[in-house]
Write a protein that binds this ligand. Structure first.
Ligand code: UDP
Length: 364
């Protein structure tokens, strides 16, 4: 790919919160990893994000405004709401003004407006969709873009694509992480780990129930998004040997995660990918996950963890009992093969080149 042109890329973050806050979930790490890898490959990048975002040493345009509400908290019929002083609207106003300086805009937001605006812009837009189907309004607008601008809708897993009626029009680019930031640990402690936003769609209560039933300690790491939900879990499982470790930086997260015997992934929804699955595997930590969504495509049952019947606490408990059968080194190897920043960079870069050549007759 070295003979390819260097692209001028404008990455537009999600409008939920500043980069580094945790509010945006896996999208924050995804954006950072793609930006870092494409920058390393000689592409020129600018990131547009909410004011207060962490400085990752890349060109960052910070914009202040009212954040959007997270889409996963709304029902299927939820209307599209744009608040006063919308940071999302301001992002895209900025995009409109500077678009001629770029070859490609990359949208990381799961919001109606960027899809709606796509035909009004002269610069092509790649949309990296971070969740499965949630509302009719979003399905409609994403489908319109998928039809009008073929190849511009990217997803992280086949299962995520399958939640949309237009799933066959989506391009699966998976995801990736910087393996040098995750240290392998061959000799774990007895405890299990759970990593993610503490929010109902993540199903933390099942992991806590499994911990209470087995007496195996569970370390919980992640952004506390729903305080009420968390308090309910504490009331329902008073005897579970759990500890809340807080929302950690990647460096701290991997330090604690790598010492776990396994990671429990218990989402209620179709997880689009599940960054935490590859972060655990990178440390040599097997993953016990429900057989649904992204994790079911990442984990090889019996080799890098166990896939159990969705929503079955008994299934989790059974898998926890045989987790020592998993070769931790095989877990790390799996990430090296498929989810390194190089592997991910190849997929993303090719996707971006394909869009540019299709939309602008860009010479490769
Ligand atoms: N994460 C973190 N610190 C923590 C726990 C989690 O930075 O203490 C990050 C983790 O690295 C991952 C993200 O939170 O990138 C969760 O992403 P995932 O794709 O698993 O789920 P999402 O929140 O996007 O639904």
């Amino acid at each position: 790919m070295t003979n390819h042109h260097s692209l001028r890329l404008l990455f537009v973050s999600n409008p939920i919160g500043p980069l580094g806050s945790g509010l945006g979930g896996g999208v924050e790490l995804t954006l950072r990893n793609i930006a870092t890898e494409l920058g390393r490959r000689g592409h020129r990048l600018t990131i547009v994000a909410t004011q207060g975002s962490l400085d990752w040493g890349m060109l960052l345009v910070e914009i202040a405004g009212t954040p959007q509400m997270s889409a996963q908290t709304q029902g299927r019929d939820a209307p599209t709401i744009i608040p006063a002083s919308s940071v999302l609207a301001k992002f895209w106003d900025y995009v409109r003004q500077v678009q001629t300086e770029f070859d490609l805009i990359v949208n990381f937001a799961y919001d109606w407006l960027p899809f709606y605006l796509t035909p009004f812009l002269t610069c092509p837009v790649a949309h990296l969709v971070s969740m499965g189907s949630l509302t009719t309004a979003m399905d409609e607008i994403i489908e319109q873009v998928a039809v009008k601008f073929p190849g511009t809708i990217g997803v992280h897993s086949q299962a995520q694509a399958a939640t949309f009626t237009f799933g066959d029009r989506c391009r699966c680019v998976k995801n990736g992480i910087d393996l040098s930031l995750y240290e392998f640990c061959g000799e774990p402690e007895p405890s299990m780990g759970w990593v993610g936003r503490i929010a109902p769609e993540k199903g933390l209560e099942d992991a806590v129930a499994a911990s209470q039933l087995t007496g195996i300690p569970l370390k919980i790491m992640g952004f506390l998004q729903h305080e009420e939900y968390w308090q309910q879990i504490l009331r329902d499982y008073p005897d579970a040997p759990i500890t809340y470790e807080g929302f950690l930086s990647t460096a701290e997260l991997q330090q604690r995660l790598r010492r776990c015997r396994a990671l429990l992934m218990t989402p209620r929804w179709v997880e689009a990918f599940g960054n935490v699955a590859i972060e655990a595997l990178a440390c040599g930590v097997p993953v016990i996950a429900y057989r649904r969504g992204g994790p079911a495509e990442i984990i090889e049952d019996g080799k890098t963890g166990f896939l159990v019947e969705p929503d079955s606490v008994a299934g989790l408990v059974e898998a926890m009992g045989k987790v020592n059968e998993i070769d931790r080194y095989a877990c790390r190897q799996r990430v090296e093969e498929e989810y390194s920043t190089t592997a991910m960079g190849d997929r993303m870069e090719q996707w971006f080149y394909d869009i540019c050549s299709r939309n602008k007759g860009f010479l490769m």
